[in-house]
Design a protein around this ligand. Sequence first.
Ligand SMILES: [Zn+2]
Length: 277
Amino acid sequence: MSLKQRAGNHDNHNNRQEERKEEIQGDCSNAPSDVSFCRYMNCRALPGNPYNPTNHEHLANVATHGLLIVPSIFGLGWMLTLADESSEFWIAVIYGAALVALFTVSTTYHTISFSGKFNTLKNILHIGDRAAIYIFVAASYTPWLVTKEMSLDLRVEALWVIWTMAILGILYQYNFHEKYKSLEVLFYLIIGVCPAMIVVFAMKESSGLHELALGGIIYIIGTMFFKLDGIVPFAHAIWHCFVIVGATIHYYAVCKYVLGVRQVALVQETIQIIHDS
Ligand SMILES: [Zn+2]
């Protein structure tokens, strides 16, 4: 083994020791007495500090979003095939790209985090991971606000509000990363719920509303796990799973009720013609 490799291993060992120290310094008041349980959950992080996942939790965090990268790329491609006018094309690009970015940035961050190295890159990716969530939430409501008729013509204003909130959320992450976790959850809820209210109550036709509301409710339930690291084993991976289910429902709704409207009408017309003849 070369000197350089030995030095690297030594650094790695020190990093692990530092991590272990952080674990021990965490808030263990809720820790279970069963030692085997420690594989699945560490002590809670002290205020202002990030939670240090166990190896099993790290793996679950990487796998839950990593498995969705390739399907989300195909999903973006499918959306582009459904779009048949300029506004629909941009909706497909915004929603599809946000979906791909969400899973890709999240998986990259969790992989680097698991490696225990590249601390600066890890911190940048962590902020990127949170930023991708804000962008994804704004991108989830954009298709509805752009294409659907509203009883109150607040579409442009609502789009401004949503995207401004997303940018404010990203700036907050950049400046106060991991400092006020409850405030972060509150931000997610505000940006998730407020636009939904506008869309649900002002949209003239109800097609796709049930799916939109259901996806929103799933995201809201998921945010509860966002703050339960060190209390519920695999809490972060569970939050990932809620994101996957919510995003899948919203994806289906955008494809069916926003992008695929003409295709569905065409299929219905064809069936009607066959039936009449
Ligand atoms: Zn994550």
